[in-house]
Design a protein around this ligand. Structure first.
Ligand code: GLA
Length: 297
């Protein structure tokens, strides 16, 4: 029997490099999707423009307990640019093959699949956002207890994602090393974690109070902490972030996701998109809105 699964990419508004430490994060599913169609087959195969997709699909199959499938993948999520194309692929496979699962179970299975496929000890943020995000909202997730709730996100704020052009697979970055350093209590890494957790709570409070003047400064402080204390930025990304800070109508910006290249998140007032695109020069910019995750809550 053939099946189809579809899942969104994600942005992370704030709460970076804290998920694997059991911290709180605030991602949102976005209106860019991966769609997978499949049918049982003698062995796993995949037609896709996504590099390495087959490795992920096999790992998802192993975690979901399903037989081999022949898959076709289409996606408008750029790979390697920090929008969690791999989480979207895994969650789309899960949603297609195991729609019976609860969204939390599906997200956890996809996290294990990603770890199995890559050897990178990723946290659970991306898979949760892709499975359980909601249009008009960000998802506040406590990665320690897995408690989560939706936080309304203003309709008139534009989420801009700037591609640094430095695309990398996490396995080739010091991601696992940073995780170990933070887990072992290295002072500068812990300083980032503690200050970032405080920023997540402040960001949520500002959203809930409708005080958007706080959002930009919090994004900026998050960037500085990721740059100086967690050391996951690069000079090229820092330059883009500084251009974003100066762009008219931009509330604030920071490096997003694992880092070591990847992308920059910026929040803009509606109408500022054109000027922001110009300010970013050659770097590709995607303007996103929040969207529904693959699973029902
Ligand atoms: C990647 C991982 C996430 C998270 C971020 C950093 O996106 O997949 O689990 O650790 O990096 O916040």
């Amino acid at each position: 029997m053939g099946w189809t699964g579809r899942a969104p990419g994600r942005v992370n508004l704030i709460g970076e490099h804290v998920d694997y430490l059991g911290g709180v994060v605030l991602p949102a599913a976005i209106d860019r999707h991966t769609t997978v169609t499949g049918a049982p087959a003698g062995e796993w195969s995949m037609e896709s423009a996504v590099p390495d997709g087959l490795r992920y699909a096999r790992a998802a199959g192993a975690e979901l307990g399903t037989a081999p499938q022949a898959l076709r993948v289409t996606s408008d999520i750029p790979a390697g640019a920090g929008l969690s194309s791999s989480a979207a692929l895994l969650v789309a496979v899960a949603a297609g093959l195991r729609p019976d699962l609860d969204g939390v179970e599906a997200a956890l299975a996809c996290q294990r699949a990603e770890q199995r496929a890559t050897g990178v000890q990723v946290g659970v943020m991306d898979q949760f956002a892709s499975a359980l995000g909601r249009r008009g909202h960000a998802l506040l997730l406590d990665c320690g207890t897995l408690e989560h709730r939706l936080v309304p996100f203003p309709e008139d704020l534009v989420i801009a994602v700037v591609d640094s052009g430095i695309h990398r697979s996490l396995a080739d970055t010091p991601y696992n090393e940073r995780r170990r350093e933070a887990e072992s209590g290295m002072p500068r890494r812990r300083r980032h974690v503690e200050s970032e957790l405080a920023r997540v709570h402040e960001f949520v409070a500002a959203l809930e109070a409708g005080d958007r003047s706080r959002l930009g400064p919090l994004l900026k402080a998050s960037h500085i902490s990721l740059r100086d204390d967690f050391e996951v930025s690069t000079p090229a990304v820092d330059a883009l972030v500084e251009r974003a800070w100066a762009a008219p109508g931009c509330l604030g910006a920071r490096i997003m996701g694992a880092g070591f290249g990847g992308s920059v998140l910026a929040l803009l007032e509606t109408g500022a998109e054109g000027g922001f695109g110009l300010a970013m020069g050659e770097a590709p910019v995607w303007f996103c809105r929040t969207a529904d995750g693959a699973y029902r809550r």
